[in-house]
Write a protein that binds this ligand. Structure first.
Ligand code: SAM
Length: 215
């Protein structure tokens, strides 16, 4: 775990700071262990993952990162869409879920850390600590994060994204009803140059949509 971690992350991290277990687990069990961290009772459906991928111009992407791959439904859509030579790695705070997605994609580097540590992770990847990432596929539950964690992950994200870089992130309609979901929406507006929204993906549990945010 990162030495750069801010104090408010301690509880969040403590929940995840256990040794990875190679056995298969399931998403619902991980939700019941740490609901705010996992943020959904079921993995994303294919339609939602495909919507995320379609919203990124993969021709322009040299370095791509996925936040919170979980059991890997979006990873399975991102990898085939990568262009030859594009670097791709994932950041998953839950070691049991990280072990599952890594076992499905043996060539994929999964950093078992928080997305708030993105600068350090980029350095570990041999990249610059800032302005080195073209695209972030964010699957983390921003709307269930406390403000301090939202702030820290957002600051890390803005730091590593190149100018003109893109973050796509899904959000649940139900999340727009919560104070932290509304705070997240305001945070996107305050920090990105342009924000587009996909159509509603209704055949997902819960129903969702995707924000495409350009720095
Ligand atoms: C809503 S689930 C999405 C999982 C999967 N990508 C999907 O779409 O079904 C959120 C994922 O984000 C991970 N996560 C939560 N906070 C994180 C953080 N700060 N850094 C990295 N991953 C995080 C959780 O462990 C979980 O796997």
């Amino acid at each position: 775990m990162s030495r750069s971690t801010a104090e408010p992350h301690r509880a969040h991290r403590a929940a995840a700071a256990v040794e990875p277990k190679p056995r298969r687990s399931n998403f619902l069990r991980e939700f019941l262990r740490t609901p705010a961290l996992v943020g959904a009772i079921a993995p994303s459906g294919r339609a939602l993952c495909r919507t995320m991928v379609k919203m990124v111009d993969m021709e322009r992407v040299k370095v791509a990162v996925e936040y919170g791959p979980g059991t890997g439904p979006c990873t399975a859509e991102i990898i085939p869409a990568l262009r030859p030579g594009t670097r791709f790695f994932a950041v998953e705070i839950n070691p049991r879920l990280a072990a599952i997605v890594a076992s499905k994609h043996p060539g994929l580097k999964v950093h078992v850390r928080s997305a708030a540590d993105m600068s350090d992770i980029c350095v570990e990847e041999g990249l610059a600590p800032e302005s080195s990432v073209d695209a972030i596929f964010s699957c983390i539950p921003w709307a269930s994060f406390p403000k301090a964690l939202q702030d820290d992950v957002m600051a890390a994200t803005l730091r590593v994204l190149k100018p003109g870089g893109v973050m796509v992130t899904f959000a649940y309609h139900v999340g727009l009803l919560t104070p932290s979901g509304r705070r997240f929406k305001r945070m996107l507006r305050a920090n990105f140059r342009t924000i587009d929204k996909s159509r509603a993906v209704l055949n997902n549990l819960p129903t969702a949509f995707v924000y495409r945010c350009v720095k």
